[in-house]
Design a protein around this ligand. Structure first.
Ligand SMILES: NC(=O)c1ccc[n+]([C@@H]2O[C@H](COP(=O)([O-])OP(=O)(O)OC[C@H]3O[C@@H](n4cnc5c(N)ncnc54)[C@H](OP(=O)(O)O)[C@@H]3O)[C@@H](O)[C@H]2O)c1
Length: 233
């Protein structure tokens, strides 16, 4: 079970939830080596994999390395992403590509490579993408991010059909899951609008990922909002 961007924050919480449920977790990271080592230790000595997912060649290399070092993949969690905030009138081509290269393009190529490895080595398995409430509801200061995450959601559905019945493909769409940003005005405003009356925890995203991994593969192409009801508003 490989989790991308698992060194810290939500990815770390997902990795820890899965390790606690006795999955063999493989930790991917890009720049956060020390945090990744800590997460790996917290996951019972998990294997570490480094790759910049901004490059499709590096993505192919990552999955080749998993094939060579581990020999089998049953499940994949596409968590790694970027997040930036700009006025829509100021977004440049570079800003757009910065977000789309990792949040949508890399998510697609990671899922493609994961599917090949799962089919070759396990024959069947599960993929979970981490999308966002921003892919469901319009977040006006994150138009480029919303577009990429909406793409992840629809890509998840299309892949679910393309990869059935061997591989289920589902998505978890987090609401506000802060790690110290609770008091930033835009974050605080989103928390205030959340019907649950609080922000979410990384462990709650981990639980949702686990529920897709433990579900029968008859559950596929679904998007589970874990957001305290924020997307309903
Ligand atoms: N936190 C929230 O409130 C929230 C809300 C909605 C959706 N989400 C989604 O939930 C997921 C996790 O959120 P988060 O806040 O924990 O994310 P994050 O901290 O912004 O990023 C997670 C990881 O993505 C990795 N990453 C970024 N660019 C990469 C690249 N070019 N190559 C490889 N890895 C790269 C980073 O790894 P390194 O640090 O190792 O470089 C980073 O630690 C994301 O998909 C995010 O969009 C989060």
């Amino acid at each position: 079970m490989l989790v991308t961007g698992a060194a810290k924050r939500v990815g770390r919480a997902i990795a820890k939830s899965l390790a606690a449920a006795d999955y063999q977790v493989l930790i991917h990271y890009n720049g956060s080596r020390l945090e990744a080592e800590k997460t790996a230790e917290e996951c019972g000595g998990a294997e570490l994999f480094q790759a910049d997912l901004g490059s499709v060649d590096a993505i192919r290399g990552l999955f080749q390395e998993v094939r060579e070092r581990v020999g089998r993949l049953d499940a994949f969690v596409a968590n790694a992403a970027r997040f930036t905030k700009f006025n829509v009138l100021d977004i440049t081509e570079q800003d757009w590509d910065f977000i789309h290269d990792v949040n949508l393009k890399a998510t697609f190529f990671c899922c493609q490579q994961a599917a090949k490895l799962i089919l070759d080595t396990a024959g069947k398995g599960r993929i979970v993408t981490i999308s966002s409430g921003g892919g469901i509801r319009p977040w006006p200061e994150h138009v480029h991010y919303c577009a990429a995450k909406a793409g992840v959601i629809h890509m998840t559905r299309a892949m679910a059909v393309a990869l059935a019945p061997q591989i289920s493909v589902n998505s978890v769409a987090p609401g506000v899951i802060p790690f110290g940003e609770e008091n930033d005005p835009p974050v605080a405003a989103l928390i205030a609008r959340t019907p649950a009356g609080r922000a979410g925890l990384g462990s709650e995203i981990g639980e949702a990922v686990l529920s897709f991994l433990q579900a029968s593969r008859f559950t596929t192409g679904q998007v589970l909002s874990v957001d305290g009801g924020l997307a309903l508003r």
